[in-house]
Design a protein around this ligand. Structure first.
Ligand SMILES: NC(=O)c1ccc[n+]([C@@H]2O[C@H](COP(=O)([O-])OP(=O)(O)OC[C@H]3O[C@@H](n4cnc5c(N)ncnc54)[C@H](OP(=O)(O)O)[C@@H]3O)[C@@H](O)[C@H]2O)c1
Length: 231
């Protein structure tokens, strides 16, 4: 039985991003969504993964409101002003690896910890955007060491938390989701405009998958098309 109730209240984390803001647009116009709240680094209640303490403070501030039946975390980085994804082993460096693990794995994992308290215990779904390149089994091309490792770490953290949730939150599903290649700030240096889909198409597909999720799907890694991906 589908887990997402009717109506549902949604929280989009990273709503300043391309995919995050497209989720806001979709849910603001969705008949079953009673309200959608967006948070990011500069929102009224804000969180910044450079300051990991901000995650708990933000969750506490939002905890005074009604609970959420759907939380989607879209925060993630692939490149910064200082560096691009590594092409070869000689590009690998501690600073870049530590930074990506902080933003793509530690921040999202602490978000699962603190924001899970805002979920409706009756029926709820938490989705964290991962990436297919974080799949160890599917890694055929190599390269992008820090991004791949950070998303693989995120996947393990999601899987581990989902096992605990089966005991502590039996009516909630925790999901790692791959959005596909989307034309966004993140993909722009990698021909994202040419090979990526519009974010509106990607979020429409991802939402169709979210609507069909049930309890048994918790702890899985799924694509925008609903395909189960190998870890
Ligand atoms: N685009 C793709 O093709 C693709 C493919 C696979 C997976 N993904 C995943 O999808 C997610 C969304 O990507 P996108 O394409 O929408 O990228 P985007 O447009 O660059 O958005 C990234 C989001 O992450 C936020 N962010 C970055 N660093 C942060 C920090 N230190 N603290 C808090 N927020 C921070 C950004 O906030 P600011 O606006 O404040 O910078 C923005 O909201 C990411 O997790 C990405 O790994 C994307």
């Amino acid at each position: 039985m589908a887990l997402l109730p009717n109506p549902f209240r949604a929280l989009i984390i990273g709503s300043s991003g391309t995919i995050g803001s497209a989720f806001i647009d979709l849910l603001e116009n969705h008949p079953l969504c009673s309200s959608v709240v967006g948070i990011h680094r500069h929102s009224e209640n804000n969180l910044d993964y450079q300051n990991l303490d901000s995650i708990e403070s933000c969750a506490i501030a939002l905890g005074t409101e009604a609970s959420f039946q759907l939380i989607i975390n879209t925060i993630g980085v692939l490149h910064t002003n200082d560096w691009m994804p590594e092409k070869r082993l000689d590009d690998l460096n501690a600073e870049q690896l530590a930074e990506l693990i902080k933003i793509n794995a530690i921040g999202p994992a602490l978000t699962i910890r603190h924001f899970s308290k805002l979920l409706d215990p009756k029926n709820s779904i938490m989705v964290s955007l991962s990436a297919k390149v974080g799949s160890i089994e599917d890694n055929r091309l190599g390269g992008w060491y820090s991004y791949r490792a950070s998303k693989a770490a995120l996947n393990m953290l999601i899987k581990t938390a989902s096992i605990e949730w089966a005991r502590t939150k039996p009516n909630a599903a925790l999901i790692a989701m791959h959005p596909g290649t989307v034309n966004s700030r993140l993909s722009k240096p990698f021909r994202g405009e040419q090979i990526g889909r519009p974010a509106s198409d990607a979020v429409a597909d991802m939402f169709r998958v979210i609507e069909s999720l049930n309890k048994e799907d918790s702890g899985s890694f799924v694509s925008y098309a609903g395909e189960k991906l190998p870890w």
